[in-house]
Design a protein around this ligand. Sequence first.
Ligand code: NDP
Length: 284
Amino acid sequence: MTASPLPVPDIALNDGTSIPQLGFGVFLVEPGQTQETVEIALETGYRHLDTAQMYGNEREVGAAIAASGIPRDELYVTTKLNNDNHLPDDARRSLTESLDKLGLGRVDLFLIHWPLPTRYDGDFASTWRTMVELRESGGTTSVGVSNFEPEHLDRILDEVGVVPAVNQIEVNPYFTNEAARAADARHGIATEAWSPIARGRIAGDATIEGIARRVERTPAQVVLRWHLQRGDIIFPKSTHRERIEENAALFDFELSDDDLAGIAALDRGATGRTGPNPTTFTGR
Ligand code: NDP
């Protein structure tokens, strides 16, 4: 039995489409556990799913979508180009394979997962040009990038001239990534914040726990609400039903400006990253 959709606001994208601000991420969900986990998320009312070729679970995400019976136009599905697939023919082939695994005629959003400035002769602009062609040929409604630093955005805008709809970057209270968020905003690109609760590392934080006690919410809910009020798109991951539900209960409370500033002040700069630095990451 599928519950009604959560009351998630839509964020307008620069290509005329829109995306639900809250979704469900499936990084590090084992293929054997993915169908059941995504079914729980859909039952909870999530309608936006974030997967990737790299995660190895697109087929199981597709099985959960098929089993749900939810009409295609009520779902928003993102996948991402794997690091070994940046050459034009590989990108085209890999999107066809992703669609086959997901059981979909098109995805809503296809992203370059990492810019890989030290591979492919640093030519991620050509990869971006291919992504734009894939949008034109209908395999994806929107195209965007992930882990693009401001200089990477400048380069594709100079060389290709098409603005990505989104940039999916690491953002959490310990790595607020303001320079990349500001570059996105300057170009009219929506920011998606990956690992929004720093993969669980926010647990035990005195500032976050203090706010959570006062607003009678959990630390995860406080941090997820912080992202929403800052305007970023998020898709927390959990394989536990109670946390999947907890992470969706974000729409009946608000944080004050002081709370938002207090959480942002936890920023530790680059040492707050949970993942690799995009300027040096080779994708291997
Ligand atoms: P998250 O910040 O969403 O944290 C997930 C971790 O936190 C898991 O270990 C989960 O454990 C735990 N957790 C979830 N909910 C709660 C809760 N309410 N209380 C306490 N712990 C909780 O990290 P992710 O790295 O998964 O990021 C989210 C999504 O972002 C990914 O799934 C993926 O879609 C995307 N992503 C994109 C990247 C990119 O390069 N573009 C990189 C990384 C992520 P458990 O499952 O055991 O509940």
